[in-house]
Design a protein around this ligand. Structure first.
Ligand code: HEC
Ligand code: HEC
Length: 211
């Protein structure tokens, strides 16, 4: 898989160089080529990214993507009650594991949200700083496209994660709070979020401010 992809990348690069060589030979500046083909695609991709970013940084997602040693709760993203901490693998500490309270699905009677494999995202996947300020669109985009920072998810891998990961899906069916009121939803429906991710990935996963 990986060598194959590398090969594809190389041949793409060769084609690109060939095209560049040809266009300079013909005297047409390289920029106009880029403007004609790459730019609209990248503008579309960036528009799709803005939608993706609006979801990633909504409370239902970002409460698990923290920069601190604890998860957050609620739309005001306050510190998780009971002094719950991250622990070595984001799963809490032996005395207070996430899964002691968080089950496979929402417990509507008690207001404890649930989903398979409930735990905190690693610090490398934080989308806010230690004072809870949400990272900029460029920063979050760079973080999730930097394959050294996560489990080597490429574009299709991210798309699959957004489509299928139970903790992502939970955010779109977050159940009721302890007081019985419904948790608020991310700004897009799950389907729209997946579609936006697909458009962004298909446009080459561009990040704002990269050029
Ligand atoms: C003592 C039980 C308990 C433990 C242990 C626990 N939680 Fe919770 N958690 C809850 C309850 C109850 C709520 C619901 C609070 C509410 O809605 O007011 C909650 C809410 C949350 C939310 C908020 C959802 C939202 O968007 O508002 C997140 C995120 C969360 N927990 C993550 C974790 C993680 C990660 C761990 C382990 C490191 C963990 N919890 C450990 C009981 C627990
Ligand atoms: C209950 C906690 C929790 C919630 C809620 C949650 N995540 Fe995550 N997220 C994680 C964990 C844990 C990982 C790391 C998974 C792993 O180690 O394989 C992760 C990883 C990711 C990654 C891959 C890492 C990266 O930087 O590329 C993406 C993308 C992601 N989550 C998106 C989302 C989105 C979108 C939402 C909301 C719709 C969301 N997450 C809600 C816990 C959560």
């Amino acid at each position: 898989m990986a060598p194959h992809r590398a090969l594809q990348a190389t041949s793409l690069a060769l084609i690109a160089c060939g095209a560049w060589g040809a266009s300079t030979a013909l005297g047409s500046p390289r920029d106009s080529v880029a403007r004609d083909s790459a730019a609209p695609r990248s503008a579309e991709g960036l528009a799709a990214w803005r939608e993706v970013y609006s979801v990633l940084t909504s409370p239902r997602c970002i409460n698990c993507h923290t920069a601190t040693n604890h998860p957050q709760q609620g739309d005001d993203r306050h510190r998780h009650f009971a002094n719950v901490v991250r622990g070595p693998e984001g799963k809490g500490v032996p005395a207070l594991q996430c899964v002691t309270c968080h089950q496979e699905s929402n417990a509507e009677s008690t207001g404890v949200p649930g989903g398979h494999g409930w735990h905190l995202a690693p610090l490398s996947m934080r989308w806010q700083d230690t004072s809870r300020k949400i990272l900029s669109s460029t920063e979050v985009c760079r973080a999730i496209t930097d394959r050294s920072k996560h489990h080597d998810l490429d574009g299709p891998g991210l798309l699959k994660h957004h489509e299928e990961e139970p903790l992502v899906r939970w955010a779109f069916q977050p159940g009721r709070r302890i007081d019985g009121t419904a948790r608020t939803l991310p700004p897009l429906a799950h389907e729209q979020f997946v579609a936006a991710t697909r458009r962004w990935v298909e446009a080459g996963a561009p990040c704002p401010g990269n050029r």
